[in-house]
Ligand binder design. Structure first.
Ligand code: AMP
Ligand code: ZN
Ligand code: FE
Ligand code: FE
Length: 286
């Protein structure tokens, strides 16, 4: 049996390992393929692809986009996107601008709450990557304002927290359109995080995304227990979606998640092969 990880983050966004080291770790863990799916950026793709070639690991470029959605979180993964696509470049620039508008608001609010933190520190924490709330959370932990990243989110950074600000998001239609136009396959990430109330509501959302061009659904994820894997598998079968899976590895920013492991399960190589086969069939048709 061979295993893969199709959901991972590096220092290009809010992971703590550089792209090269995520690839090396995948190799160490005995995986045969990896997708790097940083938030709003393909900044880590070239480095990861280069290292994957060196160590002999199959590699798929990816991205993860946050969409307008309530009450939970809707993230769309894009696999096999062309890093040179102008649509992709424009859109990621715009998303990063949205972050650049939001992050100083969070920092100013924290300062008003007598938390000693500056944008310079946040930028330094992000090491040149796309700045996300986990970077701010890591500073709050290091300075002793909270005892964990989780607590930083609960008290300050998550909706309802004392320093929560939203950022500009794309509609699902825009996100899927952008991924499709840049030659990628859009996949619904961690459906558990949609926080739907029942299976019918989940199916309505998935059906709507399918109408917008959704190609896959993340079945295995660190948040998915057996019941969620079953729900997502059923939806995949019903709507002809490819099944994907990954850990959502973030290095030290999510200490309980290890690369190659999704809630105690391992993602079969067949998921990667089916995803690549679908990408190739779309490329041929297009
Ligand atoms: P941002 O991209 O800045 O909006 O931050 C999103 C990142 O924060 C993602 O990596 C999430 O996994 C992480 N995140 C969101 N909510 C929480 C939470 N309640 N606890 C820990 N991490 C979270
Ligand atoms: Zn993240
Ligand atoms: Fe996500
Ligand atoms: Fe993720």
């Amino acid at each position: 049996m061979s295993f893969v990880d199709l959901h991972s983050h590096s220092t290009a966004s809010d992971g703590t390992l550089p792209p090269r080291e995520v690839v090396r770790l995948a190799k160490e863990r005995g995986l045969s393929a990896l997708a790097l799916t940083d938030h709003d950026t393909i900044g880590g793709i070239a480095e990861a692809a280069d290292e994957a070639e060196k160590v002999g690991l199959d590699f798929l470029p990816g991205i993860e986009i946050s969409c307008e959605y309530a009450p939970g979180t809707m993230h769309i993964l894009g696999y096999g996107i062309d890093p040179k696509s102008p649509v992709l470049t424009d859109m990621t620039e715009r998303l990063i601008e949205g972050r650049d508008n939001r992050n100083p608001k969070i920092v100013a609010k924290l300062q008003s709450l007598n938390v000693a933190i500056t944008m310079d520190e946040v930028e330094a924490e992000a090491k040149g990557g796309v700045v996300g709330r986990p970077h701010i959370a890591a500073i709050l932990v290091r300075k002793g304002y909270v005892s964990s990243i989780k607590q930083a989110f609960n008290e300050y950074l998550a909706p309802g927290g004392k320093a929560y600000f939203d950022k500009e998001r794309l509609s699902s239609k825009q996100a899927l359109g952008m991924i499709l136009e840049s030659g990628g396959l859009p996949v619904l990430a961690h459906a558990f995080q949609l926080r739907t109330e029942n299976d019918a509501q989940l199916e309505t959302i998935v059906k709507n995304l399918v109408d917008q061009g959704l190609a896959g659904i993340e079945v295995m994820h660190s948040d998915h227990d057996a019941a969620w894997i079953e729900k997502c598998t059923r939806l995949a079968d019903r709507y002809g979606l490819v099944k994907t899976g990954g850990s959502d590895f973030h290095g030290g920013n999510k200490k309980d998640i290890d690369l190659g492991h999704a809630a105690g399960r391992r993602v079969p190589r067949a998921y990667y092969d089916a995803l690549v086969a679908r990408l190739q069939s779309v490329k041929k048709a297009g």
